[in-house]
Write a protein that binds this ligand. Structure first.
Ligand code: AP5
Length: 218
């Protein structure tokens, strides 16, 4: 059974890799960022509360995100495994996830950590484009939007740029990452629980290295 956490800085390619792997493994790809953006689109209280944090590139309060994760992991399709993308992202969330898993009688199988230099992350985030309808992610340079729309919902993709991919928010997200997520990475390193991958490589190479590492880790 696969219970995986994808850890790494904004723009390193967690979402890009998670989408394909989760599909292959037949498990849900659970992105806390995507859940929060959907809540905002739907105008829920949680979404509206989260907006100011997300737009500024700050973390949404731990208690809010824990409730979202708790609800999502208790759904039927998560019984046979899951891939958490973007959660946990500080030590408190790491402890909360462990507590949640203990309650559920489950354990984490692997934490996959993607590394990449900051200058490349800025380039990736500022060039990222997303389809509002199917959620697919593209990049103006590295993963161009196909000429013929390939929206999973049918027809043309509805392309937009995320509001937190503005320059000021990007820089803040990177500094929040260092401050909040850095200690969590060290924690998992200390527990010998981390699979470390070079996230700076091209998309296909990262995908191959990811599958090889998971096969080797068993
Ligand atoms: P979230 O949506 O999780 O954003 P993030 O962690 O900042 O990560 P990104 O989605 O920006 O990057 P990614 O690593 O998935 O990269 P991608 O694959 O898209 O969170 C957004 C906000 O929600 C947070 O700031 C916070 O406010 C809130 N939030 C979410 N979770 C939270 C939590 N747990 N606690 C509190 N608050 C939370 O790739 C990026 C671009 O690069 C794309 O254009 C892609 O095509 C391209 N690309 C990908 N891989 C490669 C490659 N190998 N080579 C070249 N280009 C590549």
């Amino acid at each position: 059974m696969s219970r995986l956490v994808f850890l790494g800085p904004p723009g390193v390619g967690k979402g890009t890799q998670a989408a394909g792997l989760a599909q292959e493994l037949g498990i849900p790809h659970i992105s806390t960022g995507a859940i929060l953006r959907e809540a905002l689109e739907q105008g829920t209280t949680t979404g509206l509360e989260a907006k100011k944090f997300m737009d500024a590139g700050e973390l949404v309060p731990d208690s809010v995100v824990l409730q979202l994760v708790r609800d999502r992991l208790s759904q039927d399709d998560a019984r046979s495994g899951w891939l958490l993308d973007g959660y946990p992202r500080n030590l408190e969330q790491g402890q909360a996830l462990q507590g949640l898993l203990d309650e559920m009688g489950e354990s984490l199988e692997h934490v996959i950590y993607f590394e990449c230099a900051e200058s490349e992350l800025v380039r990736r985030l500022s060039g990222r484009r997303t389809c509002k309808t199917c959620g697919a992610t593209f990049h103006v340079e590295y993963a161009p939007i196909p000429e013929k729309g390939q929206c999973e919902a049918g027809g043309e993709c509805d392309i937009h740029q995320r509001s937190d991919d503005a320059e000021e928010a990007i820089l803040n997200r990177l500094s929040v990452y260092q401050r909040e997520t850095g200690p969590l990475v060290e924690h998992y390193k200390g527990q010998d629980q981390l699979v470390i991958l070079d996230g700076a490589a091209p998309i296909e190479e990262v995908g191959t290295a990811l599958r090889t590492a998971l096969n080797q880790a068993g």
